[in-house]
Design a protein around this ligand. Structure first.
Ligand code: MN3
Length: 224
């Protein structure tokens, strides 16, 4: 009986400790779903190792201030400058990493499974002149981001759609963002996202990306 009690106590402890901690979300599709444009091995390494590491680094930083586990991720990364100074940089890099990757997985889908609707075609054409012009501007942002970072389509507070890029794991939701807005779609241009298949050809990766867009999800985000 005593043994059972201490076992239950230990179990309870483990549950309490893991409550509120950030978790690695599953991919919304199979690892090979984006083939041949994004390969299964890259997806395994990217999700199971890189994304997972951002999650564990974030949890490790917050462990010093467990009351922060009560906040949701968006609240954390939108208000980094209000966090204890010693964890601001870690939360910016790793909280950003967790948010950006979870978002990135969501706006992709198996090739051809979520095509662009006439309504979204019109919205993008109204904002950028044509779909080709939109794609060209986005690819340019992806290619010209020096070093590691992300290309984004965002919706500015005015409602206007805009293409930007950010360094490292920054995004347009952070207080530090030069241009603020709601993320609509994104492309990870860190070398870990494409190097196995595309090596130094980031432009080819950016072009291939259009084949794995979840335009249904993008449209939902653009309209909200
Ligand atoms: Mn990445």
């Amino acid at each position: 009986m005593k043994r059972l009690n201490s076992l239950l106590l230990m179990l309870f402890g483990i549950i309490v400790l893991s409550l509120g901690q950030f978790k690695l979300p599953d991919l919304p599709y199979k690892y090979n779903a984006l083939e041949p444009y994004i390969d299964s091995t890259t997806m395994h390494i990217h999700h199971d190792l890189h994304h997972a590491k951002y999650v564990s680094n974030l949890n490790e930083a917050l462990a010093k201030y467990p009351e922060l586990y009560k906040k949701d991720l968006l609240e954390l990364i939108q208000n980094i400058n209000e966090l204890p100074v010693d964890i601001q940089k870690t939360v910016r890099n790793n909280g950003g990493g967790v948010y950006n990757h979870s978002f990135f997985w969501k706006i992709m889908a198996a090739p051809g499974s979520a095509p662009m609707s006439p309504a979204l075609t019109k919205l993008l054409t109204d904002n950028f002149g044509s779909i080709d012009a939109f794609k060209a501007e986005f690819e340019k942002a992806a290619i010209n981001q020096f070093g590691s970072g992300w290309a984004w389509l965002i919706k500015e507070p005015s409602g206007k759609l805009r293409i930007i890029s950010t360094a490292n794991q920054d995004n347009s939701l952070m207080a530090s963002a030069e241009v603020k807005g709601k993320p609509i779609l994104t492309l990870d241009v860190w070398e870990h996202a494409y190097y196995l298949k595309y090596q130094n050809k980031r432009a080819a990766y950016a072009k291939a990306f259009w084949n794995v867009l979840n335009w249904t999800e993008v449209e939902k985000l653009a309209k909200n």
